[in-house]
Design a protein around this ligand. Structure first.
Ligand code: DL6
Length: 822
């Protein structure tokens, strides 16, 4: 469907140069002779942006004109990364820009790296949302994303003396990718009270009155699909005082501070992304953010629907709303409120529409991540919504009681209201009751939610409401953009880049597994990618690493359940083992670089201790001349999407080692395998399906299974805990002060030795160490290793985000792509 010379294409490099120079001279008001790399980035971005806008407008017109069902993806997080490289590749004109920039004296890489990451997310959940946007546009689905325009995205991480420090991430300067829509605003109400009254027909109605109002202003971001004319929209809401002005009366009376107070309070709502991954803290401002964003988005969606003059009963035929976790659950309550209070529908009719509209994706079974809001907080902030929640609960519990008479325990378990002090609103329960489909993100995870946290709901609704859609990643960013050389080699062998839109075509690569030349090229590319990472490591840490070592990578949010502590204890074990070796034995050691990266939530003490331990070990090991290149330990500061694009193509092995049953899916496991790295992992999340696809012989699995975890924890609790002897030796070394003041690591060690080892570090330690020994052994047979690497990539077709998007479209949204042939 890609027509030659579409509006987004430059017909020649000269045309690109003309547009570039025009923007430098007019939009930026600079001279070409006074143009630095940042200006080169801006000029290039603006030249491409012009082209995207044309397709963006056309896409929106086409979608409105054809009036097909649309998908709205509601996510509090969109971890987008950089946009320019992606835009150039999707449009297909990166080479033209490279040549044009070279003519003007710039390297395209230098321009690209000027861009600030759009880091409006914490980790997997936000990055999944970004992959969805890319895929929905590429597949021509009429789809919008709705999120918040945080002034500060996820904090920047600095490592100072081994400790994580947080620095604000102000990312909005020089951002050409957003378009303020000052004409698209919505007044959002908070607080106040509810008045009951009867209308002229005697019907009891509710009106939500007074309180305070904050204005939501739309900012739009174009989302180009890969080689398609579709450019979808991501709408981010920014908060502003409703009047938009400060209070002149107070100002004139000399009360300068409170003159701007309202404005500042209002702007606080969209000021900052909460930096917690898999953890909810129940703060009022977070609830305000959630309602602000849900209400603005719903107002927008309803307004668009009303323009079509259709009957309300057709709403679910026109609108599918996907809830990315429970964060947007208030949208369910808000739609019910709009339908009954504003549009005057009867409760049952409105509720049918709500259920037909929403789908809910669960991303975690961790109890600390399941959202609950206190009833008094909700009563104060959203009094009408709390009433509606109570009504939803009443009707729901009545229906449950009919089916399960006299089962009071069941009623209290499934109730939306938890009878605690204070009472709490369980958001996941609203999300399940108000959606027609609930999905998990990998098979094991989807089974677990059905058998544990949502078990009662499966009994109530039957199994059909619950489904699985295993996560995926976009091959455009995570192969083509991150690893252009590998993408080009694959294209050469497969006769083109079609695999980027049909990843199952990769299977043809298997015919080349035994081709010596192909293997050589494959391994050369890995070597170059490792060199690129070694340079980044040198720049960031000052440490030189030998690129011929085995690069062992674990990059993701730091969390006890993800078990970076298991990894660093393993590294210490390795260090001790090498130290104890004779020179003869050392000759057989495979040199290794253990690379870590990831942020800890600012208030998460254990995670911060893990970072400190990694850096403390690095400080000792990397300076130990007796060890030299046999082992190096690296912590990459401020891990983000752009760094992931350099790290993923450079791993030999990466670690996905969560306690079984805790990682819902994981998506970096997919990124590493797609880039030809092997993985070591537990039987958890999508690791299980990766194993099924690529074959057991191509992955290093270890550790206890999810079905055994509860038993083990139970045994630990009742005195059956025995510390693994090898881990004991590691602890003794830490306690002896080898890595600095041992008291800094007390809580890490005591959580295992004394407090039940909840994450089963000790139980899995032996098999973890043994599996790493296998990794070393197999890495020495490079030919076999290469065969595993190529075979694995060839079998990764299933993990394309396009497969995921099509599954959601078919089984949850019931939407069709918009035919764009003209
Ligand atoms: O589904 C995307 C991603 C999964 O791959 C990770 O396994 C999972 O931990 C993550 N979940 C969250 C949960 N946060 N909340 N709420 O980020 O989702």
């Amino acid at each position: 469907a890609w027509r030659k010379h579409s509006a987004t294409e430059f017909t020649s490099k000269d045309e690109f140069e003309r547009d570039f120079v025009r923007h430098i001279e007019t939009t930026l008001a600079r001279s070409l002779y006074n143009c630095d790399e940042l200006a080169a980035y801006s000029g290039t971005a603006l030249a491409f942006r012009d082209r995207l806008i044309i397709e963006w407008n056309r896409t929106q017109q086409r979608q409105t004109f054809t009036d097909q069902k649309r998908v709205y993806y509601l996510s509090l997080e969109f971890l987008m990364g950089r946009a320019l490289d992606n835009a150039m590749l999707n449009v297909g004109m990166k080479d033209v820009a490279r040549d044009g920039l070279a003519d003007l004296g710039f390297r395209i890489e230098d321009a690209i790296t000027q861009e600030h990451d759009a880091a409006l997310g914490n980790g997997g959940l936000g990055r999944l949302a970004a992959c969805f946007l890319d895929s929905m546009a590429t597949l021509n689905y009429p789809a919008w994303g709705y999120g918040l325009r945080y002034r500060y995205g996820i904090f920047k991480q600095e490592i100072v003396n081994g400790y994580q420090m947080e620095v604000p991430d102000y990312w909005l300067d020089n951002n050409p990718w957003e378009f303020p829509r000052h004409d698209i605003t919505v007044d959002i109400q908070f607080y106040g009270h509810v008045t009951k009254y009867q209308d002229e027909n005697g019907k009891v109605c509710h009106s939500w009155e007074s309180g305070e109002t904050v204005q939501a202003v739309a900012y739009d971001v174009p989302i180009p699909g890969y080689r398609t004319k579709t450019t979808n929209n991501l709408r981010l809401w920014s908060s502003k005082a409703s009047s938009g002005e400060f209070d002149f009366q107070k100002f004139n009376a000399g009360d300068y501070e409170s003159a701007v107070a309202d404005q500042q309070t209002a702007e606080t709502i969209s000021a900052v992304l909460y930096p917690n991954d898999n953890l909810e803290r129940g703060k009022e401002l977070r609830l305000k953010q959630q309602y602000f964003w849900c209400a603005a988005s719903l107002y927008d969606i309803v307004r668009r629907f009303k323009k079509t003059n259709r009957a309300w009963s057709e709403f679910p035929d026109q609108v599918a709303i996907q809830l990315n976790d429970t964060h947007p659950t208030l949208a369910i309550v808000e739609l019910q409120r709009i339908l009954i209070d504003v549009e005057g529908l009867e409760w049952d009719e409105a509720w049918r529409i709500v259920i037909g509209t929403f789908g809910y994706t669960n991303h975690t079974v961790l109890p600390e991540a399941l959202e609950k809001w206190s009833v008094p907080l909700m009563q104060n902030l959203l009094p009408r919504h709390l009433q509606i929640i109570y009504d939803i609960n009443l009707f729901f519990l009545q229906s449950v009681e009919k089916r399960f008479p006299n089962d009071r325990d069941m009623l209290s378990r499934v109730s939306i209201i938890e009878e605690s002090h204070p009472k709490m609103v369980r958001m996941a329960h609203i999300a399940i009751i108000g959606s027609h489909k609930v999905n998990g993100v990998a098979e094991l995870h989807s089974d677990l939610i059905k058998t544990t946290i949502f078990k009662d709901f499966v009994q109530i609704y039957g199994p059909d409401r619950f489904t699985n859609v295993t996560n995926g990643i976009t091959p455009r960013r995570w192969l083509h953009q991150a690893n252009p050389a590998l993408s080009a080699l694959i294209a050469e062998k497969l006769g083109g880049y079609e695999f980027l839109t049909d990843l199952t075509l990769l299977d043809k690569l298997e015919t080349f597994v035994d081709d010596k030349n192909f293997r050589r090229e494959w391994s050369d590319i890995k070597a170059k990618n490792k060199l690129r990472l070694a340079r980044l490591i040198k720049d960031l840490t000052g440490y030189s690493v030998n690129p011929n070592s085995l690069f062992d990578v674990q990059v993701k949010r730091i969390h006890e359940y993800k078990r970076q502590q298991l990894n660093i204890f393993g590294v210490i074990h390795r260090y001790l083992s090498i130290k104890a070796m004779t020179p003869e034995q050392r000759k057989k050691v495979v040199p290794r670089v253990s690379i870590f990266g990831g942020k800890a939530a600012p208030g998460y003490w254990m995670a911060k201790s893990i970072i400190y331990l990694i850096n403390s070990v690095a400080a000792v090991v990397n300076k130990d001349d007796d060890i030299g290149d046999l082992l190096k330990v690296i912590f990459i500061e401020d891990y983000n999407v752009s760094k992931a694009e350099i790290i993923c193509p450079a791993s030999d092995i990466s670690e996905h080692i969560s306690t079984a049953g805790t990682e819902a899916s994981g998506t970096s496991n997919m990124k590493f395998v797609l880039n030809g790295g092997l993985i070591i992992g537990t039987c958890d999340g999508a690791n299980i399906e990766i194993t099924r696809e690529i074959g057991e012989q191509n992955i290093f699995l270890f550790g206890n299974l999810a079905e055994d975890v509860e038993d083990l924890r139970h045994r630990h609790f009742y005195g059956g805990f025995q510390l693994d002897p090898q881990l004991k030796r590691v602890f003794e070394t830490i306690k002896a002060g080898t890595f600095g003041d041992p008291s800094s690591f007390n809580s890490l060690i005591s959580s295992i030795e004394e407090h039940g080892d909840y994450y089963l570090v000790s139980d899995d330690f032996n098999s973890y160490i043994a599996t790493h020994e296998m990794v070393d052994k197999e890495f020495q047979n490079q030919e076999e290793w290469l065969a595993k690497s190529i075979t694995s990539v060839a079998r990764m077709g299933f993990f394309s985000m396009d497969r995921v998007t099509n599954e959601y479209a078919d089984s949850i949204w019931n939407v069709e792509p918009l035919d764009i042939a003209d």
